[in-house]
Design a protein around this ligand. Structure first.
Ligand code: 13P
Ligand code: 13P
Ligand code: MG
Ligand code: MG
Length: 379
């Protein structure tokens, strides 16, 4: 592996989560253990050679998750190349097993210095590790980038979710949200609570505006980072869903672990599910249950927690493997039933303007000569 060994020593730690769908088992429902094993071998070698401080390989549905700690900073080519080469090697394993959609998310022929824009999803953050550093990694399957907007709003701006915003002096100043316009490729920051209503106008449209980072207003440190890559915008067609990831730091200047998890009590309706073309409820599940089958869903979110210890990942703890999320799962199934009744009708199926990356343009083209102008008044 072409990893340079110019390791930069710094006090700052980088936590990188880089994920890709490189083949599903069976269909798009899960990951084959051979892919996990192969990725572990690659990251273990990078740890032995001193590139990584530590790593954990996980999966959510058919998406392979590389969780890595190092001291190179975000967007570092060595770390991104390590992830890319791990996905390329795993794709070969997936091809050997004839897994479904082998190499699905690898949209580029060759690595170009950064996996952003090449298919994989990336959430990274750099910070000075606190004396005790609890971090939560959220992973979704059958979901679009933007699926974290509502939960991030709830955990960092809603006092009914995070009581610390009211009663903890370290949270009382609120949080700064960095929001990306994924079509125009520009960003804006909102300081909450005072910018709340302005912000909601935008992040309420998660297909266009996604929360990329959240920062503490007490000391400016990073609180959350999410992956915002939109596969269909990169590929120009539907190739699979974004299935985003997110990192959230908890406790002290940030919401408590339980406040970070609380937004997932309700299965928010998001874009994704079957063929990436339907709205469905985001069901919080254990890693073991993050294997969507019914109508390729409903969409799943799993969360694994770690304590960091000088870059070592002490964990994982499977955070939604808890009976207190049983009602959320039941609600998700009920919502799924109601939405499924609509079949190919909106609001279950995405609206037409969102279907332009599917077969819709071909059908429009085929029928263009059959539309006949209607005389008289509209309506
Ligand atoms: P195929 O048309 O290749 O079966 O893909 C559709 C799909 O992946 C929905 O699960
Ligand atoms: P993934 O994005 O998880 O591969 O799912 C694709 C799909 O079409 C499911 O129906
Ligand atoms: Mg897939
Ligand atoms: Mg997936």
């Amino acid at each position: 592996m072409a990893i340079e060994t110019n390791k930069q020593e710094s006090k700052k730690l980088t936590l990188s989560v880089i994920k890709a769908d490189i083949g599903g088992w069976v269909g798009h429902s899960a990951i084959h253990p051979a892919l996990i094993e192969d990725a572990r071998e690659k990251l273990a070698a990078a740890k032995t050679s001193g590139v990584l401080l530590d790593y954990h390989v996980s999966a959510c549905g058919d998406d392979l998750q590389l969780i890595m700690t190092h001291r190179y900073g975000v967007d570092h080519p060595d770390i991104h190349r390590l992830a890319w080469e791990t996905f390329v090697a795993g794709t070969q394993v997936a091809k050997d097993l004839h897994l479904y959609g082998a190499g699905q998310d690898l949209l580029a022929d060759a690595f170009s210095g950064n996996v952003r824009g090449q298919g994989p999803g990336v959430a990274e953050m750099e910070f000075v590790e606190r004396k005790s550093e609890p971090v939560l990694i959220f992973m979704a399957d059958k979901a679009s980038a933007g699926a974290w907007n509502l939960p991030l709003y709830k955990m960092f701006a809603d006092p009914f979710t995070t009581s610390g915003l009211v009663i903890a002096p370290t949270l009382h100043q609120g949080f700064r949200f960095e929001v990306l316009d994924v079509y125009e490729h520009k960003k804006i920051t909102f300081d909450c609570p005072e910018d709340l209503y302005d912000m909601l106008m935008f992040i309420g449209s998660p297909g266009k505006f996604t929360v990329k980072h959240v920062f503490s207003r007490a000391d400016g440190t990073i609180a959350a980072a999410s992956s915002t890559e939109r596969l269909s915008l990169i590929a120009g067609k539907y190739v699979g869903k974004d299935d985003p990831v997110m990192i959230v730091r908890a406790q002290q200047n940030f919401p408590a672990v339980g406040e970070v998890l609380e937004p997932f009590r309700y299965p928010w309706i998001i874009e994704g599910w079957m063929r990436g073309s339907h709205y469905g409820p985001l069901m919080p599940v254990s890693v073991k249950q993050a294997t969507p089958t019914r109508f390729d869903g409903p969409p799943r979110v799993a969360c694994i927690g770690f304590q960091l210890a000088d870059g070592r990942l002490i964990g994982p703890r499977d955070m939604f493997d808890d009976p207190s999320y049983d009602e959320a799962r039941r609600d998700a199934n009920r919502i799924a039933d109601v939405l499924r009744l609509h079949g190919p009708f909106e609001p279950h199926r995405l609206p037409l303007d969102e279907m332009e990356y599917t077969t819709m343009p071909q059908i429009m083209k085929k029928l263009v000569g059959r539309w006949v102008k209607v005389e008289g008044k509209k309506g």
